[in-house]
Design a protein around this ligand. Structure first.
Ligand SMILES: NC(=O)C1=CN([C@@H]2O[C@H](COP(=O)(O)OP(=O)(O)OC[C@H]3O[C@@H](n4cnc5c(N)ncnc54)[C@H](OP(=O)(O)O)[C@@H]3O)[C@@H](O)[C@H]2O)[C@H](O)CC1
Ligand SMILES: [K+]
Length: 569
């Protein structure tokens, strides 16, 4: 599991060690240079560090200090290192080490009484990189982004730092682009909230010290961090202080409900499904397929009824009451259930939400809010959820969600749906109702807000899926390819979430915080199933569902879980 702590927690953990004189910066810089060596060997044709051209962008704080010290170590290994000083001051120790190691220093920065380096730019402000800097960047094999770390004021880079970021070649049109390594965090990104204000240099790798910071896992900033490499510099972080987590395969294997030798289908969990309509049967097929293939004990699919069916059922019931004969005759499957059964013959069809027991519900995928009969079934599921039955509520169920649900209920909106839900509840930003752009700019903020308002666990779908559950616990999963943004993908995810809620229903009722971890686990498996279905290529939602058994089997085998066991606590 990857865990991110807030910058305040990291600073608090650093403080006593710094006071005791522990060489934290040396440790950070050494690990940083080791990662750079690895990358240079991997990316350079010559496969070595000697002769590699490295540019260090160094701000005036300790982040710049880390970068300068690493630059010094690289210079001592034969790299041609140029440091560009971007702040009004420079980290004295880092600068001294860099100069002593033969690093070429560019910048007008006063250190003590001395002015070092060459003028950066031709303008009076010094806010434009000059030709020496531009040449160095144009020819760089690798750029170290040490402009600012957790000391960022979060308002976006300013001055020369901003201009330097803009001057790094982007490789557009097939041109040269250096490998970019962010020091601790991509400079200027929202360290604690994942916001991106202004330009941030997109990193291939972020080497982060002590612990990952939340912004490395939270979109949109997480999309600029590349591969996150955490480095242990000896900090002890508070056990309960994790701000954001990311599940890995072993965590999911430990959560997955696996039948024991004596398990039977009812005990393993029955999922009730109210997804799809006769007009749009696909969501019903996809959600039930996903639930079955994710390994739920049984799926009870609630067939669609129209007004006429409901009238006939009422009349039948009245006649039975008159005859004092309570048993309802089995009713033939309608066109929706027929489509579902054609795809998944193991599904049991129910005539209504109350027919037969279930441990959890999945409802709303592919349900048109304008369809009154299907909406009544969805509303019945929402009522059951309100009474404590774990449920995943998707798409056409979301507008029926009001406040006061518990975290045992998982809502699965995408950004547009979440924006609409929030705007309908009067949420505004900058004086206007929350819209999709606002949610995409601050997905964590709005997912947390939806959790606060509804009480439910909120899974916000996206390239990075965020899950906010009981107590604000947050999970960030980025496991799927971009191809997964395809029609029906959300229906499959709802089925997987539902399967997990049904399989672990008792545990979820006892500890609703578990729902967020299960939803995050579902997102991981869903993403991996897309990779598995078509590595590197387009994928259909049904193919994702079909890949689920193999992905689950891989997880359980590779991550050391026993082949047969009962549900873990
Ligand atoms: N302390 C240690 O031994 C260790 C620290 N580590 C690294 O330290 C940074 C945090 O360092 P800190 O000095 O607290 O702050 P930063 O370097 O991140 O930032 C301060 C400088 O950044 C400038 N700044 C701030 N905001 C902006 C902005 N929007 N645009 C441009 N520049 C900005 C600020 O300039 P001022 O003009 O405001 O002074 C400072 O120059 C941490 O991230 C680690 O990398 C290691 O973990 C090892 C141990
Ligand atoms: K940085």
């Amino acid at each position: 599991m990857l865990r991110a702590w807030s910058s305040a927690d990291v600073r608090a953990a650093e403080a006593p060690l710094l006071a005791a004189g522990e060489p934290l910066m040396d440790r950070a810089a050494f690990a940083l240079h080791v990662e750079v060596v690895r990358l240079l060997r991997a990316h350079r044709r010559e496969r070595r560090v000697h002769g590699a051209r490295v540019v260090v962008l160094a701000g005036g704080g300790a982040n710049g200090g880390d970068a300068l010290h690493a630059g010094a170590l690289l210079a001592r290994r034969g790299a041609a290192v140029t440091a560009v000083l971007a702040g009004e001051r420079a980290h004295a120790g880092g600068l001294a080490a860099a100069r002593a190691a033969g690093v070429r220093v560019l910048g007008d920065v006063a250190v003590g009484d001395a002015v070092v380096g060459d003028a950066v730019g031709p303008d009076d402000e010094g806010d434009e990189p000059g030709p020496l800097v531009c040449d160095a960047l144009a020819g760089a094999d690798l750029v170290l982004d040490g402009l600012v770390g957790i000391g960022s004021d979060g308002s976006g880079l300013r001055g020369l730092a901003r201009a330097l970021v803009a001057a790094v070649p982007t490789g557009t049109g097939g041109g040269h682009r250096p490998v970019v390594v962010a020091v601790d965090v991509p400079s200027g990104s929202g360290v604690d909230d994942g916001r991106v204000a202004g330009d941030v240099l997109r990193a291939d790798v972020t080497v982060t010290f002590g612990a990952p910071k939340p912004g490395l896992l939270l979109p949109p900033a997480s999309g600029l961090a590349g591969q996150v490499v955490p480095v242990d510099i000896g900090l002890t972080l508070p056990a309960g202080g994790v701000a954001v987590g990311r599940l890995e395969g072993a965590d999911v294997a430990a959560l997955w409900p696996v039948p024991g030798a004596t398990s039977q289908k009812y005990a393993r969990g029955v999922l009730g499904v109210v997804c799809g309509t006769t007009r749009y049967p696909g969501a019903g097929v996809l959600a039930t397929s996903a639930a079955v293939l994710a390994g739920v004990g049984m799926v009870r699919f609630v067939d669609e009824r129209d007004e006429r069916d409901e009238r006939d059922e009422r009349d039948e019931r009245d006649e039975r009451d008159e005859r004092e004969d309570p048993a309802a005759p089995p009713r033939p499957a309608g066109p929706l259930a027929t489509a579902v059964l054609a795809a998944r013959p193991e599904v049991v069809v129910a005539g209504a939400v109350g027919d037969g027991r279930v441990q959890a519900w999945a409802a709303g995928s592919g349900v048109d809010p304008a369809d009154p009969a299907r909406r009544r079934d969805v509303a019945a599921v929402v009522a059951a959820a309100r009474d404590g039955v774990p449920a995943v509520l998707d798409a056409g169920a979301l507008d029926l969600v009001t406040e006061g649900l518990g975290a045992h209920v998982v809502l699965t909106p995408h950004a547009g749906e979440l924006a609409r839900w929030l705007a309908d509840r009067g949420e505004r930003v900058g004086g206007v109702p929350v819209d999709r752009d606002a949610v995409e700019a601050e997905p964590w903020r709005w997912a947390r807000r939806a959790h606060d308002l509804s009480g439910a666990t909120v899974l916000l779908k996206g390239a990075t899926t965020l899950v906010v559950g009981a107590g604000g616990s947050t999970w960030s999963q980025a496991d799927g390819p971009a191809w997964l943004a395809t029609a029906g993908s959300g229906d499959v995810l709802a089925g997987v979430v539902g399967a997990l809620l049904a399989g672990r229903a008792e545990d979820v009722v006892a500890d609703p915080a578990l729902a967020a971890r299960l939803a995050a686990a579902a997102a991981l498996v869903h993403g991996r199933a897309a990779h598995h279905a078509t590595p590197g290529g387009p994928v259909s939602a049904l193919a994702v569902a079909h890949a689920l058994p193999a992905v689950v089997a891989d997880l359980l085998a590779q991550d050391g879980a026993p082949a047969v066991r009962d549900c873990p606590a």
